[in-house]
Write a protein that binds this ligand. Structure first.
Ligand SMILES: Cc1cc2nc3c(=O)[nH]c(=O)nc-3n(C[C@H](O)[C@H](O)[C@H](O)COP(=O)(O)O)c2cc1C
Length: 209
């Protein structure tokens, strides 16, 4: 596994890649490392509300291809496609996050005892819309970080929203009421370069106050 540490190289040469070298497989060990690095992304109160499904088997790819008719080459030629979901019941894991944070010496016990019930209360009082905004934001950040980490490992990616969001959770054995689909990301070794893409000048999208 070769890792590039040149951040500008990773950042400025990332392109959405549609065609991958089908002979390249990413091992479970390396994919786990890429995901763990992606998870260094910040999340709301460190709640890490995203969940991943790594689709890297022929059967999984076949099921996904049916859900993404406009993104066939990314699904069929990539080493894997990562389906990212937001977990609307992520609060089940808050206790573990707080306890581990205390155990590792990153938070005093008193702060946990104040903050954890407040956060649980906040979640309990939230509308589904607010909860969805929360998990979508966390998932967006981890998704971007995944793409950059993958590039640093020598792979390319393509984020995709063009798939059947109504059916993806259940197709992969997850409850659709609980897991909100965010995006799918193909990952693998590029067989054809991605096209360049235009960005607006910063001043056109920025309000300076
Ligand atoms: C949320 C989201 C959904 C996207 N959906 C698709 C898609 O369904 N198919 C596709 O080929 N590209 C998709 N893209 C890729 C964009 O077209 C691409 O990021 C954009 O054109 C900029 O190009 P670049 O990624 O090479 O910089 C999506 C990107 C994002 C962020």
């Amino acid at each position: 596994m070769t890792v590039t540490n040149d951040f500008n190289e990773v950042l400025l040469n990332r392109r959405s890649v549609k065609q991958y070298d089908t002979s390249v497989k990413i091992s479970k060990e390396e994919m786990t490392e890429i995901l763990a690095k992606a998870m260094r992304a910040p999340s709301t109160s460190n709640t890490q509300t995203y969940r991943f499904v790594v689709i890297d088997t022929p059967e999984g790819k076949e099921k996904l291809a049916k859900l993404a008719p406009h993104n066939q080459s990314q699904v069929t030629t990539s080493s894997a496609v990562i389906a990212i979901f937001g977990d609307l019941q992520a609060s089940e894991k808050f206790e573990k996050m707080f306890s581990k944070t205390v155990e590792l010496g990153f938070m005093p016990e008193e702060i946990k005892n104040q903050f954890q019930p407040m956060l649980m209360q906040r979640v309990a009082n939230m509308s589904e819309r607010e909860l969805r905004d929360w998990v979508l934001t966390d998932a967006g950040l981890v998704a971007m970080q995944f793409m950059l980490v993958a590039r640093s490992h020598g792979y390319d990616t393509n984020p995709m929203g063009g798939y059947d969001k109504e059916n993806i959770a259940e197709t992969f054995g997850l409850k659709k009421e609980r897991y909100v689909p965010v995006m799918i990301i193909s990952v693998g070794k590029a067989a054809a370069e991605g096209r360049g893409s235009y960005r607006f000048p910063v001043d056109e999208v920025t309000f300076w106050r």
